[in-house]
Design a protein around this ligand. Structure first.
Ligand SMILES: *[C@@H]1O[C@H](CO)[C@@H](O)[C@H](O)[C@H]1NC(C)=O
Ligand SMILES: *[C@@H]1O[C@H](CO)[C@@H](O)[C@H](O)[C@H]1NC(C)=O
Length: 176
């Protein structure tokens, strides 16, 4: 079953990439968006994340690359602010140290996403190779935080935003 569906999605992928070359001026379709998002852990949320930018509807793949990175940067920035507040607010020294570590990780994440966005704007899609590794920064932050802390939902949002960007870039670098 699994291999059949892999062959099937590979066929769909080829079809989509072929149609992208045949009709390069066409924006990506809802079907294409679904194909990208079906590879993430939560297809629905991925669609909501990418669809939250009004440009997505008429975007081509290069623009979708820019959009997905900008959304990741926005989420990283929001998380940084929330983590900063949680850090300031925390009274438990262990938790405070965990949030301090998160702030360092998120600063790194923000800088690397900025570099990726520059590459994307230069259409150097194949050079955007660190997204999978950046997800590790998000996980490293989450690992230091107790499960019931309010930070868990923001790290889940960050993780899904990163995953959306990762799969967008899998498509973009294959077609670039
Ligand atoms: C931090 O504390 C302030 C003041 O009590 C509160 O308004 C804010 O929501 C808290 N921030 C977080 C992220 O919990
Ligand atoms: C992208 O990678 C290629 C090959 O490694 C390199 O020659 C090129 O300078 C890179 N482009 C940018 C903008 O970093």
């Amino acid at each position: 079953m699994a291999s059949t569906s892999h062959v099937f999605s590979a066929a769909i992928l080829l079809l989509l990439i072929a149609s992208y070359f045949i009709f390069p001026s066409y924006g990506i379709t809802q079907d294409f968006l679904r194909t990208i998002c079906s590879q993430t852990q939560n297809m629905e949320i991925c669609g909501e994340i990418l669809g939250s930018d009004p440009r997505t509807e008429s975007a081509d793949l290069p623009l979708l690359s820019v959009i997905s990175l900008e959304l990741a940067m926005k989420q990283a920035y929001q998380n940084y602010i929330t983590l900063l507040e949680l850090h300031v607010n925390s009274t438990d020294p262990t938790l405070e140290a965990s949030f301090a570590k998160c702030l360092v990780l998120y600063k790194d994440l923000k800088h690397k996403l900025e570099d990726d966005l520059l590459l994307s704007l230069q259409k150097q899609f194949k050079n955007i190779t660190n997204l999978g590794g950046l997800t590790t920064l998000v996980i490293d932050c989450e690992n230091g935080i107790p499960l019931n802390a309010p930070a868990n939902s923001i790290t889940r949002d960050m993780f899904l935003t990163m995953q959306s960007a990762i799969f967008v870039h899998e498509f973009v670098s294959r077609s670039a």
